[in-house]
Ligand binder design. Structure first.
Ligand code: SF4
Ligand code: SF4
Length: 469
């Protein structure tokens, strides 16, 4: 325990992986990755409606120029991450969702120059909350912890909800990843400035920084950057997964609970992680769109794990080769081992806004799953109080409606149950598949209903108005 720290804040459930893999890259300073020769920019890198391309094949673009316009509130703009020429607008499978998604392809050309009006210091003091929100929206900022929820929406709480606490999530509880830790170590002042910008935008006087106890140096740095500010408290958290999830962080720091299906605003809180807060600082202080982010390239499948500042849309193959990919590496995961998405191939994969890590593994074999022996370990581990054993059995046997009755939709897919399962059951996979199937059934039912209504409207005799005699 650090001097002056009386207790580590925590929550119920969760897991303690014995090896968190962070030592592989935690001491590697952030370095700029080589710029991609060709950048592939997905029009959907966020939760919400995909952006619409506002460039055409053959257009010449500058770095930071908007190339995709958000057509709805819950959406985000997409910007050119390199200067060059648009060589194609096509569709490709998305590295996270797998869905075919529109992509703008830019061949890098010319100097790495910002588009006019960008990269200029701004007077934050003189800004109103709306000015801040607009700059963040214009920058295409989204949550960089993986969920990629548009940040301007998170900073626009409904008028009847009160925010009395902003939490900077410095837990980075996902094993292996160190991108947020490096930003806390190397850009401490900027991240705290970003936190103050969020407080100003929300008109919130109090903020908390939550850091897991395995990062004592980051805790010290943040405390000294915060100084004597009485409105920002820095809290040390127990090293436990998923300490950085919003529900667990709010419970640990504020002692407040809310339903898994509700948003943090119900508990009067707004949570942003370190990478997002740094992106907010860049967007508001310097009018720099989100064109790059720190990515941890790590795991036992590379000889030189590192933390790189990578332009969004960069193909991952050269990044992995630069980290000296081992010959027997046989699995690449976007993100960490618990919530990450395994890639079927590295040949076509590129980074997106939510890519905080590329975890490369050797000897990652298939495992044999067995029947549930009702040991109850998954029930103890579930931080949301669900019964993952029962859910997995119901999902496996396609009793989806019954699974819904046992709160299927409250599952946050954290992976704790799968991690502890004695029978190595693919619990999260079964749950995700069931949710996907339910969403598909719902979409089909809606389409069928629409078609029925259209048929009915066609069949009904036309009503013509007659003038009164
Ligand atoms: S994946 Fe879902 S069911 Fe499993 S522990 Fe996490 S929240 Fe609970
Ligand atoms: S941990 Fe696995 S074996 Fe044990 S109850 Fe849960 S699903 Fe069944």
């Amino acid at each position: 325990m650090l001097a002056g720290v009386k207790e580590l804040k925590s929550f119920n459930g969760g897991i303690h992986p014995p090896f968190d893999g962070k030592s592989l890259s935690k001491n590697k300073e952030i370095t700029q990755a080589p710029l991609p020769e060709v950048a592939y920019l997905y029009m959907s890198q966020h939760i919400g409606v995909p952006a619409k391309p506002v460039v055409a094949k053959g257009d010449v673009v500058k770095k930071g120029q908007k190339i995709g316009e958000a057509p709805a509130l819950v959406s985000a703009h997409i910007h050119a991450t390199v200067a060059g020429k648009v060589t194609d607008i096509t569709f490709k499978p998305h590295p996270v969702t797998g869905a075919r998604t529109q992509v703008v392809v830019i061949q890098r050309e010319g100097d790495d120059e910002w588009a006019p009006g960008l990269d200029e210091p701004q007077d934050v003091e003189a800004m109103s909350p709306d000015d801040i929100r607009n700059l963040i929206r214009e920058a295409g900022t989204v949550g960089l912890g993986g969920a990629a929820f548009p940040t301007h929406v998170k900073l626009s709480p409904p008028k009847d909800k009160k925010v009395d606490a902003v939490i900077l999530n410095g837990a980075e509880c996902e094993p292996y990843l160190t991108c947020d830790y490096r930003l806390l170590m190397e850009k401490t002042k900027e991240v705290i400035e970003g936190l103050k910008i969020i407080m100003k935008c929300l008109g919130c006087k109090n903020a908390y920084v939550g850091i897991e106890a395995n990062k004592p140096d980051a805790y010290d740095k943040v405390r000294s950057a915060v100084g004597e500010d009485p409105h920002i408290k820095v809290e040390l958290l127990e090293v436990k997964y998923p300490q950085g999830a919003e529900h667990q962080l709010i419970k640990a720091i504020l002692g407040r609970e809310f339903k898994p299906t509700q948003l943090p605003i119900e508990a009067g809180a707004v949570v942003h992680n370190v990478s997002t807060t740094y992106a907010i600082y860049e967007a508001v202080k310097y009018k720099r769109p989100l064109i790059q982010r720190v990515v941890s390239i790590t795991g036992d499948g590379v000889e030189n794990p590192n933390n790189l500042l990578v332009r969004i849309g960069t193909p991952i193959e050269p990044l992995l080769k630069a980290a000296r990919l081992k010959e027997d590496a046989n699995k690449v995961i976007y993100g960490g081992p618990l919530m990450g998405i395994a890639q079927p191939s590295i040949a076509d994969a590129v980074t997106v806004k939510g890519t905080g890590g590329l975890l490369v593994m050797r000897n990652a074999g298939e495992w044999q799953s067995r029947a549930c022996i009702r040991c109850g370990k998954c029930v103890d581990a579930c931080p949301y109080g669900l019964n993952p054993s029962l859910l997995s059995i119901l999902c496996e046997s396609e009793h989806f409606q019954q699974a819904m009755e046992f709160n299927l939709m409250e599952c946050k897919e954290c992976g704790c149950c799968t991690y502890v399962c004695t029978s190595r059951r693919p619990i999260v996979h079964l749950i995700k598949t069931a949710k996907y199937e339910l969403a598909r059934q719902k979409a089909r039912a809606q389409e069928a209903q629409k078609a029925k209504e259209a048929q009915k409207a066609q069949a009904a005799p036309a009503v013509t108005a007659t003038a009164p005699k």
